[in-house]
Design a protein around this ligand. Structure first.
Ligand code: NDP
Length: 322
C-alpha cells in the first residue's frame, strides 16, 4: 500500500511517500481501507518532533473508510461497514489497523469526507462547548482562528447553544467565512487589538470564557478579555507554545481559571465518544452543522498540505485522499 512515512523529524519535506506492506489486523483490531484522512495541527507537532514519537511512523490521527478485514475477537464490525476514528496514528495511508474500541460506524447519508472531518476537530469543538466550559444561552464567548477547522465548528455549536460569538481571523475572506458560520462579531486580529475590541463590544463586561488555540501570540491579550472568575481554555498552540506563567497573575487578573484540555480526556469512555460523535452526525444529517472541506490533497501531496496549514492558507478542514 502507499503511505506517508516520517523517518526523521523536521519540516514538511520529511513527509515521504513510500510503499509498505498492507498491515494485518491483530486481535481486537479492524483493518480499514481509507477513503479520506484528516490533516490536523497535531500532525505538524509530531512531524517536527515537538511531540515525541518513535521513528519511523505513519502520521495522521483520523480518517474514514470501509472495513476491509477484522481481527480476532472483534464484535460489531464487519467487512464493508463504513467507519471513522480519531486518536489512532497511521491515517496518512491507503490502509490502517485501528482498535475496534476507538472505531465508530458512520451513519447512512454522511459521506467519508464529512465523517473524517469531524472526528478530531468536531469532537474537540463538542467537548469545548459542552464540558470545558458549558456554554449557556446569553453568554458571549471568544473563539480564536474562527475560520479554521475547529473554529468554524465551534462557532456553529456555540450559536446552537445560544451564545453571542466573537471570533478572530487574519484576513477579510476568512472573516466572511466566520460570519457565515454564525459569528456575531469578527475581529481582524492582524489589524486590530482584539482585547480592546472585546472590551468595546461587551461594554466593558468582558467574557466568561476564551477558546484560544493560537497560543503564543494571543494568550496574554486573551487573559485581558476575561471577567473575574473567567476561564481561559487554551487548547492549541498554532503560533507556538505559551511560555511559563506565574500563577499569581491569575489572582491579580481576577481569580481567573486556565485549563489546557486535550481530546483523550474528554472521550474517557466508549459511551462518551459515541455520544459526542452521535451529536455531530445528527447535526450534519439534519443540516444544523455545516462541515466546510476547505482543501483536498492527494496523499502524495501531504507535505504541501502541511505547508498550507502552517502557513495560515487553509480554512475549514484539510483532507488527504489516498
Ligand atoms: P486551524 O484550521 O485552526 O489552523 C490554524 C489557524 O490558526 C490558522 O489558519 C490561523 O488562522 C491561526 N493562526 C494564528 N497564528 C498562526 C501562526 N503563527 N501559524 C499558523 N496558524 C496561525 O487548525 P485546526 O482546526 O486543525 O486546529 C486549531 C488548533 O487547535 C491547533 O493549535 C490544534 O493543535 C488545536 N487542537 C487541539 C485539540 C485538543 O484536543 N486540545 C484537538 C484539535 C485541535 P488565521 O489566519 O485566521 O489567524
Amino acid at each position: 500500500m502507499q503511505a506517508i512515512q516520517i523517518s526523521k523529524t523536521g519540516g514538511p519535506e520529511v513527509l515521504e511517500l513510500v510503499d509498505l506492506p498492507r498491515p494485518e489486523p491483530k486481535s481486537g483490531e479492524v483493518l480499514v481501507k481509507i477513503e479520506a484522512a484528516g490533516v490536523n495541527f497535531i500532525d505538524t507537532y509530531l512531524r517536527e518532533g515537538r511531540y515525541p514519537a518513535p521513528l519511523p511512523f505513519i502520521p495522521g490521527q483520523e480518517a474514514a473508510g470501509i472495513v476491509a478485514a477484522v481481527g480476532e475477537g472483534v464484535e460489531g464490525f464487519h467487512i464493508g461497514d463504513r467507519v471513522a476514528w480519531a486518536g489512532t496514528r497511521g491515517a496518512y495511508a491507503q490502509f490502517a489497523c485501528v482498535p475496534a474500541t476507538g472505531l465508530l460506524k458512520v451513519p447512512e447519508g454522511i459521506g467519508a469526507d464529512d465523517a473524517a472531518a469531524v472526528m478530531l476537530q468536531g469532537i474537540t469543538a463538542h467537548y469545548l462547548a459542552y464540558d470545558t466550559y458549558a456554554i449557556k444561552p446569553g453568554d458571549t464567548v471568544l473563539i480564536h482562528a474562527g475560520a479554521g477547522g475547529v473554529g468554524l465548528l465551534l462557532t456553529q455549536i456555540a450559536k446552537m447553544l445560544g451564545a453571542r460569538v466573537i471570533t478572530t481571523v487574519s484576513t477579510e475572506p476568512k472573516a466572511e467565512l466566520s460570519r457565515g458560520a454564525g459569528a456575531d462579531h469578527v475581529i481582524l486580529y492582524t489589524q486590530q487589538n482584539f482585547a480592546d475590541e472585546v472590551k468595546r463590544i461587551t461594554d466593558g463586561d468582558l467574557l466568561p470564557v476564551v477558546y484560544d488555540s493560537v497560543g503564543q501570540t494571543t494568550f496574554e491579550d486573551s487573559l485581558k478579555c476575561l471577567r473575574p472568575r473567567g476561564l481561559m481554555a487554551l487548547f492549541g498552540a498554532s503560533s507556538g507554545a505559551v511560555p511559563p506563567f506565574d500563577l499569581i497573575r491569575l489572582s491579580t487578573m481576577g481569580s481567573l481559571y486556565v485549563t489546557r484540555p486535550t481530546m483523550k480526556d474528554y472521550i474517557l469512555t466508549r459511551a462518551e465518544l459515541e455520544r459526542r460523535a452521535a451529536d455531530l452526525f445528527n447535526w450534519i444529517a439534519r443540516g444544523k452543522l455545516n462541515v466546510r472541506i476547505g482543501h483536498r490533497y492527494p496523499l502524495a501531496e501531504a507535505s504541501q498540505a502541511h505547508r498550507d496549514l502552517e502557513g495560515r492558507k487553509t480554512t475549514g478542514k484539510v483532507l488527504l485522499i489516498p
